[in-house]
Ligand binder design. Structure first.
Ligand SMILES: Nc1ncnc2c1ncn2[C@@H]1O[C@H](COP(=O)(O)OP(=O)(O)OP(=O)(O)O)[C@@H](O)[C@H]1O
Length: 509
């Protein structure tokens, strides 16, 4: 059809006395379209890149600070956390740097082109705009289907990357237990799921781009046929306007530009789907982290009179329940919670700061019932497996309090017996998230120094002297006694030496 239109225009120009005196129309049309295209590209590229760089660094900073130091991602795989912090932030760039500027260009450029075409031929502009209606309806349908599929693909991809990172981290254990086949099947299943979902997205992308090309070709062809037949006087209806050859060429040269912005937008549509899915995943992760991260606004009290639980019940998802627990600890002081393995000591400490599911009862702070999340804001926590982040030993020690005075940090590392490690390997010792190259006792004491260094009025410590030789354990106990002079320290422990010097002992049974 396009060929027929051009041929008609050519014949008409020939009969009208040659092309030369009408060439301005063609040149003006082509020149204007090139100018518009280059201007839009330069503007979109520049603005998009600036906005993306800015948004990406802001997002990465908030994700890193909110997710990683808290280490409390509600039991999700560590691999998933890493994906949120790295891949999702990267995926966001495509949305801002490519899709958003192109969307603005795609909205404005058809209107500008239609307005320019209307200067030469209002009927051609009308034809172009009319093809937008079925095109828009088709694209909206494809977009809806594509969004649902993109969400499903994103979920599958996040499962695969989480699974992969965690299984690679646990490779020695997998090999030791001969579980390679099972793990290979697991990862293979997750990879097949991603492949199936990707194929679904490709199908939708194929249909929508076919639709896009069809309407783009149709609009140009209709304008070409209209202009050609109008010049030849062959229109099957009364000519709506008096078209010269220059005007016809001008309209024809601009017509392909009408859908160009939208075609580019369609090419970047995947960036949008990925970016929006990433945005949702980052928002969900941040919300989850904020639920477990203390609000930084209100100044923390520097001491706590009394902390107690009244009929506290803990119920895990698998139905395992602990409690009711009624207990009271007065600050300052060193209190221990003891009892046989599996009785629920760690669960009690976890429940106090919202890391274990509480199904009943109350946590009471100085006579007022409080939510576990509120207590978390007052608490320095050292669990059995302290979170270690990739970085130096010094980074990890200061994770709970970046502004901890160097002298205080030095005092804490000396008092906890970590100074030997620092003397031997330096504060710049590189640490990976598994704490490779550190002993169990060293990892625990990094957690302990971090908790005490947080300068919070309550300290919850899970087996602070486990994995230590008697001499180092005695140092740690002395440090705890010293700390408990000004703070409320509650430690879950089996250690008779620690139990012996506690202000109060609670035996769980
Ligand atoms: N996330 C969980 N999901 C389900 N059950 C759990 C979970 N964490 C702990 N439990 C169960 O709760 C019970 C108490 O566990 P907890 O770790 O609190 O005991 P503990 O007294 O601290 O033991 P230990 O002295 O060995 O550290 C155990 O039966 C344990 O299996």
């Amino acid at each position: 059809m396009l060929f027929a239109g051009c041929l008609a225009a050519f014949i008409a120009s020939w009969t009208a006395g040659g092309l030369a005196n009408q060439a301005w129309g063609l040149l003006a049309g082509v020149g204007l379209s090139g100018l518009l295209r280059a201007g839009a590209q330069a503007l979109a590229g520049l603005k998009g890149q600036q906005a993306a760089t800015h948004a990406k660094s802001a997002l990465r900073a908030s994700v890193m600070t909110a997710l990683l130091p808290s280490g409390q991602m509600g039991g999700r795989l560590i691999g998933e956390d890493l994906r949120v912090a790295i891949d999702d932030v990267e995926a966001h760039e495509g949305l801002i740097a490519r899709f958003q500027p192109l969307r603005m260009a795609a909205m404005l450029s058809p209107l500008i082109i239609a307005a320019a075409v209307a200067l030469a031929s209002w009927f051609s502009a009308l034809i172009l705009l009319a093809t937008l209606i079925p095109f828009g309806a088709g694209m909206a349908l494809a977009g809806l289907a594509g969004k649902a599929e993109a969400d499903r693909q994103f979920l599958a991809l996040s499962r695969l990357s989480g699974l992969f990172v965690d299984r690679v981290a646990a490779l020695p254990a997998i090999l030791a237990f001969g579980a390679e086949d099972r793990v290979t099947r697991q990862i293979g299943g997750a990879a097949r799921d991603v492949a199936a979902r990707t194929m679904q997205i490709l199908k939708i992308a194929f249909v929508s781009s076919a639709m896009m090309e069809f309407f783009a070709a149709l609009s140009v062809a209709l304008v070409a046929v209209y202009c050609g037949f109008s010049l030849l006087g062959l229109l099957p209806f009364p000519a709506p306007e008096d078209l010269s050859l220059g005007e016809a060429f001008f309209a024809l040269a601009l017509a392909p530009e009408f859908y160009l912005g939208m075609r580019r937008l369609a090419a970047a549509y995947h960036d949008k789907q990925q970016g929006q899915a990433a945005e949702r995943s980052v928002a969900a992760a941040l919300e989850q982290a904020h639920r477990t991260t203390p609000p930084a606004t209100a100044p923390l009290p520097d001491r706590i009179g009394e902390l107690s639980t009244q009929g506290l019940m803990i119920r895990y998802d698998d139905g395992n329940s602990i409690g009711p627990i009624t207990a009271s600890w007065r600050g300052p002081g060193l209190h221990v919670v003891t009892g046989p393995t599996g009785v629920g000591k760690s669960s009690l400490l976890h429940a106090l700061i919202g890391l274990a599911p509480v199904s009943g009862g109350q946590i009471i702070h100085d006579g007022t019932p409080v939510a576990a999340e509120e207590l978390l804001a007052l608490t320095g926590w050292a669990g059995q497996r302290p979170l270690l982040l990739p970085g130096t030993l010094a980074d990890n020690l200061q994770l709970g309090n970046k502004s901890l005075a160097p002298q205080e940090l030095a005092r804490l590392t000396e008092a906890s017996g970590l100074s030997a490690l620092i003397a031997a390997r330096g504060e710049d010792l590189t640490i990976d998230p598994r704490g490779s190259g550190l002993s169990g006792g060293e990892r625990r004491r990094i957690g302990l120094v971090r908790a005490i260094g947080s300068e919070r009025p309550v300290l919850l410590l899970d087996e602070p002297t486990a994995d230590l030789d008697p001499e180092t354990a005695a140092k740690v106990i002395a440090l705890l006694q010293d700390t408990a002079r000004s703070r409320l320290v509650i430690a879950a422990t089996h250690d008779p030496a620690l139990i012996a010097c506690a202000t109060s002992r609670m035996v769980m049974a």
